[in-house]
Design a protein around this ligand. Structure first.
Ligand code: ATP
Length: 346
């Protein structure tokens, strides 16, 4: 294993034709970190991962492991493990042979291969399936084989590209915890690509939010969740209410069609009179007296909560999420708490 203290991406750029799939990614990954690359389809997540892995040459920039330049090395000399969405197992090899593959390639002594293979298989709870072929396993079991195969060689960095996207909802939840546990127990450093914000928030130490090949924000799950850097990150992170308006004097804002002035929390440079977008999550809109009158138009049952769409008298459309049993036609009052209402430049 080639350990490192930091892995640095310096202005990493990748062009396809004339278009930048990745435009100048700067990122420092510390040993032991779990980094999630998060963003909508086509934002450049896989491109970033493949550049890191050495599967795609860079169009510009460089990658460094401590003081050593890495982007000029072929993939097999970077010492990284990879786990893909489609598992990419060898279909004619048993679980045991799949997992031990990397160790056999390295020509290690047989006793060591056996011991480390057993450990890895135990780690992902596949002891009972060690003799089976991949085709005899469920999707979740196959993905665990892929993970065991990647970690058995103790890679300095594990790269995962949407590894859970082919699994059903229940398994996806279980595997989130399992991958996070493996990361911790094995002291791995992990870079994990996903378009699922909940997955990223619940698994990663730090998130890198990408949009159209550019970094929008790098931060802890809490930072990104509570203080998205701009309206695009807010939009992607579940601020479903993006309400156009203007900043007035004294921090007051006028949201078009809301019918009252309110206050919000400014994010980024804005001056009085500027056009703004006020962002708030559906679950942060309070259904409470003393606020703005709205009429419920749509209400959908979500177990403990109702997801509703409502409209003010002036026509402003709001998404709500509340434990109150709202139904279409209900007239209720809603409050937008200023500390939950983020104000971005338009
Ligand atoms: P997804 O979640 O859909 O996989 P992504 O965020 O991983 O998306 P990338 O696969 O990195 O996005 O693609 C980024 C951009 O680069 C996209 O616009 C894509 O069309 C383009 N692109 C990616 N690979 C190639 C390629 N081999 N040739 C041409 N364009 C490509």
């Amino acid at each position: 294993m080639t350990g490192f203290e930091t892995l640095r991406l310096d202005g990493v750029t990748r062009r396809f034709g004339g278009a930048d799939a990745l435009a100048g990614l700067d990122l420092e990954i510390r040993r032991g970190e779990f980094i999630a690359l998060l963003g909508p389809s086509g934002c450049g997540k896989s491109t970033a991962l493949n550049c890191l892995a050495g599967l795609l040459p860079l169009s510009g920039g460089s990658i460094w492991r401590d003081g050593t330049r890495l982007d000029t090395l072929p993939p097999e000399r970077r010492g990284f493990g990879m786990v893909f969405q489609n598992y990419a197992l060898f279909p004619h090899m048993s679980v045991r042979k799949n997992v031990s593959f990397g160790l056999r390639m390295r020509g290690l002594p047989r006793a060591e291969i056996r011991r480390r293979t057993d450990d890895a298989i135990r780690l992902v709870h596949l002891e009972e399936h060690a003799g089976k072929l991949p085709g005899q396993l469920s999707g979740g079991q196959q993905q665990r084989v892929a993970i065991a195969r990647a970690v058995v060689v103790e890679p300095s960095l594990v790269l995962m590209d949407e590894p859970l996207s082919n699994l059903d909802a229940k398994l996806r939840l279980e595997m989130r915890t399992e991958i996070r546990r493996l990361h911790q127990n094995l002291g791995l450093t992990t870079v994990y690509v996903t378009h699922d914000q909940e997955e990223a928030l619940s698994m990663a130490d730090r998130l890198v939010v990408l949009r159209a090949g550019r970094v929008q924000q790098i931060g802890s799950p809490e930072e990104v969740h509570t203080r998205p850097a701009n309206r695009h990150v807010a939009d992607f992170l579940g601020f479903r209410n993006l309400l156009p308006g203007a900043l007035l004097a004294d921090g007051e804002i006028n949201i078009n069609d809301l019918g009252v002035r309110t206050k919000g929390t400014p994010v980024g440079p804005i001056s009085d009179g500027d056009a703004i977008v006020a962002a708030i999550r559906p679950e942060d809109v309070l259904v409470r007296s003393g606020g703005v009158e709205v009429t419920v138009e749509v209400a959908a049952y979500h177990g403990r909560e109702i997801a509703a769409e409502a409209r003010t008298a002036d026509g402003l459309h709001l998404h709500l999420r509340t434990s109150q049993r709202l139904a279409p036609g209900d007239k209720v009052s809603v409050v937008l708490p200023p500390d939950r209402l983020l104000v971005f430049p338009a």
